[in-house]
Design a protein around this ligand. Structure first.
Ligand code: PLP
Length: 390
């Protein structure tokens, strides 16, 4: 039998590992006994997907509770002996992204990739504001593009949401002036989880001059309940000032891989590229994981189904606890506690349950959807802390 390079590498890897620290473990017999030797007695068993601490309930940073697509994990495993290699210069990832958006007619010259959508948002903000001007953002909002304005020493124009947490598009439109270079919408929004209707966004686009970039951050778009909701990607072919940011970190479960992308008219993309790291900002593993994840529609659907089911569980459980949860179109839930939530959040953290305050909304907690076990533990611990009057 011909031994492939991969098999050779695997054998070398095992040999080296066994010659090192793993020898003692291996010689005691089975892998089970080795695992038992390493196991620390735990107070509770959560074993969140991808979390080393078996007790930790991590629900504060909107991670995918089911993990990445098995195809992505397999693709990474196949590439683990290529860590010495630079990523391919060829736009393989761009091709996979264009293919994912094939129904919208997206070509690779309409795609830019970045180190998470964080890099993408920073780059579009830089492009828009480097020569002066400003950003308008409804608040509370995610704030990444407004952050660029602050870095450049300019004050972002912040337009408060309405009482019922909706984006006031008329007020945003009225705030646009000759200095405005970019308007950013996070849709659905973080931290409120609310969605701007498609037709309202199109009307907004119609109402601003083409010199104003309209950036729509669709980080959570896969979790929108109404599956007929039209995203903004399809409009980028005809709207030269529309830029859509997407991430592989949420629905695709690749937060640790740091891959995001932007979609826009080829002219806009060619202007944003100089502000991005480009191929040296990509990684061998991030590329293959993303390509595999984009191709796994079943996993995406499983994630959506799980999140929507668990959000229903959380809405009900939080209501039973006397809180006022808000229905969201994202991976997280928010709930009004009627008082500043920071002390409560600290008490949960002391019990290894991590949630956060919905930024800019002192009375609200924001909970990322976990596995069912994680969500149940969260509710139990919340009950315990609330019974102490915190
Ligand atoms: C609305 C929104 N946009 C962008 C990001 C950045 O994500 P990443 O850099 O992992 O793509 C986040 C992360 O939580 C987010 O909530």
């Amino acid at each position: 039998m011909r031994i492939t390079n991969q098999e050779l590498s695997r054998r070398r890897f095992m040999k080296t590992a066994l010659a090192g620290g793993m020898t003692a473990i291996a010689s005691t017999g089975s892998w089970e006994s080795a695992a038992a030797m390493l196991a620390v007695p735990v107070g509770r068993s959560v074993n969140g997907v991808g979390i080393d601490d078996p007790e930790l309930v991590q629900l504060s940073i909107n991670e995918n509770p089911l993990g990445a697509s098995p195809h992505a994990i397999e693709a990474v495993a196949h590439k683990m002996f290529s860590l010495n290699r630079y990523p391919p210069r060829e736009p393989v990832l761009h091709e996979a992204i264009a293919k994912y958006h094939v129904n919208d007619g997206i070509s690779i010259d309409m795609v830019a990739t970045g180190v998470g959508s964080t890099e993408i948002l920073k780059a579009i903000g830089m492009l828009a504001m480097i020569d002066g001007g400003n950003v308008i953002e409804p608040v509370p909002g995610y704030g990444a593009v407004s952050g660029v304005a602050s870095t450049l020493g300019r004050e972002p124009i912040r337009i408060p949401l309405t009482e019922d947490l909706q984006t006031d598009l008329n007020t945003v439109k009225d705030a646009v002036n000759s200095e405005t270079r970019i308007v950013i919408f996070t849709n659905p929004n973080n931290p409120t989880g609310q969605l701007i209707p498609y037709t309202d966004l199109v009307a907004f686009l119609d109402s601003v001059p083409e010199s104003v970039i309209v950036c729509v951050d669709e980080a959570y778009i896969h979790f929108v309940g109404d599956t007929s909701y039209r995203n903004m990607v399809g409009l980028t072919k005809t709207r030269k000032n529309l830029f859509v940011a997407r991430t592989m970190s949420k629905a695709f479960g690749l937060g640790g891989m740091r891959v995001g992308y932007g979609i826009g008219h080829p002219e806009l993309i060619s202007r944003v590229r100089p502000h991005l790291l480009g191929w040296l900002g990509r990684s061998v593993l991030g590329d293959v994981a993303s390509i595999a994840a984009l191709g796994d529609r079943q996993h995406l659907q499983d994630v959506r189904t799980h999140v929507s089911r668990e959000k229903e569980y959380l809405y009900q459980a939080l209501t039973e606890l006397g809180l006022k949860p808000v229905k969201t179109e994202t991976i997280f839930v928010i709930a009004d506690m009627g008082r500043n939530t920071e002390p409560f959040i600290q008490e949960l953290a002391a019990r290894k349950v991590l949630i956060r305050q919905a930024f800019g909304m002192d009375n609200y907690i924001r909970i990322s959807t976990g596995t069912h076990t994680e969500n149940e533990i969260l509710i139990e611990v919340m009950k315990e802390v609330m019974s102490k009057g915190v």
